[in-house]
Each structure stands twice: as structure tokens, then as C-alpha cells.
Design a protein around this ligand. Structure first.
Ligand SMILES: Cc1cc2nc3c(=O)[nH]c(=O)nc-3n(C[C@H](O)[C@H](O)[C@H](O)COP(=O)(O)OP(=O)(O)OC[C@H]3O[C@@H](n4cnc5c(N)ncnc54)[C@H](O)[C@@H]3O)c2cc1C
Length: 256
């Protein structure tokens, strides 16, 4: 195979970080820049790594967990927490960038929509990284807006000459983002307001020849459809990294 994958574990760490700035990248995507001296030693090796963000109850101070044998021990009640992608980390400035999709309502989305400099949040992890080594003949990166941070990170790190296609479903053209890349990247934006969707794209997608790699992250039902479609197309299961990033009608499918 022209590429291989492996997982790296990291020590679990909890950090408190402070919002340095918050800006709308697009109408439904807020970019939050977090700063903390605690971010010394922060490691994120994989483009689809995630951190667990802990949100203080409105009007309260975020408690500090104690390390336990099986991870962090929180005072009761444990603060609500959600998974987010480290979009960028600047080790010199100890600044971590997280991009939040703003949707109808949710603890994380509501927090991000009103975040202001000085607000404090907890950051756990990343506990592990998925590493893709070698050079697949082609790469297909698909997802909805929650996958944009991971896809953006991936295309920015690709080597010159790499063939990659990104297919991203967003609400409308105002939600499109521009990525810097050295790769030969084709970006296809699907607009929900024009009835374009990942599911209709999946029905007609064909895979190029050679050994390729597919990343797919979106709503859980869409991910199930993608797994089925790529299996039917004969993509080996270890050439697909598919992840449920959220579940319709369920507040944080991953809360722990
Ligand atoms: C590994 C991983 C990485 C992720 N990275 C990012 C990231 O970088 N940026 C990002 O924005 N999200 C990311 N997500 C998705 C994010 O964790 C979920 O969308 C999360 O549920 C949002 O929490 P919330 O408190 O806003 O909403 P919740 O309280 O969890 O949900 C409230 C309601 O909103 C719905 N909902 C949740 N998310 C969405 C959405 N995106 N669009 C429409 N409805 C929604 C739920 O179905 C539920 O009905 C990631 C998820 C995973 C697993």
C-alpha cells in the first residue's frame, strides 16, 4: 500500500484557557482564539484530532478536575462538554484556534455565539491522534460544516503535488471558506439552499483508480450512508476514516 495509518496516544491533560478573540469567519462559523500558559506542551499531531471543551455554567467559575486512575474526576455536576477540532495551534504564542458552527441551539454553539475576550473554557486532550503516513494516490475529504476545521487543516498540510478533492456541504455560498494549500486541490461546495447535499453527491460519486484515502465526517445518518456507499464502491475499510460528528435530535452524542 502507498500509505498506512496509525494511532498515537497522548497523556490526558486538562487546561483552562481564556478567549483572546472571537470573530465570525462566515455567518454561521465563529473562530475563537484561546490563549493560556497551560497550553505549553499542547500536542495535536493529526488533522482530525479533537479536544474536549468544558463549558462553565452561565454565571459560574469553571471548576478544576482532579486526575484519577481512569481520567479526570469532576466535582458534581460535571460541566457540559463537547468535542472540537484544534484548527490551529501556535506553540510560540500558546494560542489555540477553534472554529464553531453556530446552529439553532446547543451549549457549545450558544457559548461560542456570545464568547468575548476574557471568557474561560476548559480544554481536555487531545487524547490521541490518527496519523496518515505515506502518499495515497488520491484523497477525498468530505463532510458538512463541522468537518471544515479538520478538512481545512488537512488541505493546508498536504505536500505539493498531492491530488485531493474536498466536498463540503454548507448552507449557502456565504459559508464557503478559502484554504491555502500546496496540493492540487479541487473543492466542491454543496449548498443546502440549492438542494445540493452530501447524500445526492454520494449517490453519484465514483472513485479514481489507484490507492486512495477517504475522510468523511458529518451528521451520524449521513456517515452511515457514506460507509455503505464506499463499501459498495469497493473501498477497503482501512482506506476510510468516517466519523459521526453530531446526531440529529441528540444533544452531544459523545458526552462523557
Ligand atoms: C471528533 C469531533 C470533532 C468535531 N469538531 C468540530 C469542530 O471543529 N467544529 C464544530 O462546529 N463542530 C465540531 N464537532 C461537532 C460538535 O461536537 C457537535 O456539533 C456538538 O453536538 C455541538 O454541541 P452543541 O452543544 O452546540 O449542541 P448539542 O447540545 O450537542 O445539540 C443540541 C441540538 O443541536 C443539534 N446539533 C448539534 N450539532 C449541530 C450542527 N452542527 N448543526 C445542526 N444541528 C446540530 C443536535 O442534534 C441537537 O438536537 C466535532 C465532533 C466530533 C465528534
Amino acid at each position: 500500500m502507498s500509505f498506512s495509518t496509525r494511532r498515537v496516544r497522548h497523556d490526558t491533560r486538562f487546561r483552562r484557557a481564556t478567549v483572546k478573540s472571537a470573530e465570525n469567519l462566515t455567518p454561521r462559523m465563529v473562530r475563537i482564539l484561546l490563549h493560556s500558559d497551560d497550553l505549553e506542551g499542547f500536542t495535536s499531531l493529526g488533522f482530525d484530532d479533537h479536544v474536549r471543551l468544558f463549558f462553565p455554567q452561565p454565571g459560574t467559575i469553571l471548576p478544576i478536575p482532579q486526575p484519577g486512575e481512569r481520567g479526570l474526576i469532576w466535582p458534581d455536576p460535571q460541566p457540559s462538554n463537547r468535542d472540537y477540532t484544534p484548527r490551529r495551534f501556535n506553540a510560540d504564542l500558546l494560542e489555540l484556534t477553534i472554529d464553531f458552527v453556530i446552529h439553532e441551539t446547543g451549549i457549545a454553539s450558544d457559548w461560542a455565539a456570545s464568547a468575548k475576550p476574557g471568557d474561560v473554557i476548559g480544554v481536555g486532550g487531545p487524547r490521541g491522534s490518527f496519523i496518515l503516513e505515506g502518499a495515497p494516490d488520491w484523497q477525498l475529504l468530505m463532510g458538512d460544516e463541522t468537518a471544515l476545521p479538520a478538512i481545512g487543516r488537512r488541505v493546508e498540510e498536504l505536500a505539493a503535488g498531492t491530488k485531493a478533492t474536498a466536498v463540503i456541504e454548507v448552507e449557502d455560498e456565504r459559508e464557503e471558506q478559502h484554504f491555502e494549500t500546496r496540493a492540487e486541490l479541487q473543492t466542491i461546495w454543496l449548498h443546502r439552499n440549492k438542494s445540493q447535499s452530501l447524500s445526492t453527491y454520494l449517490e453519484q460519486v465514483e472513485l479514481p483508480g489507484g490507492e486512495g484515502f477517504v475522510f468523511f465526517a458529518a451528521e451520524a445518518g449521513m456517515v452511515a450512508a457514506a460507509r455503505e456507499r464506499f463499501a459498495r464502491l469497493g473501498l477497503p475499510s482501512d482506506s476510510l476514516k468516517a466519523a459521526n460528528y453530531w446526531r440529529k435530535g441528540t444533544a452531544d452524542a459523545h458526552e462523557h
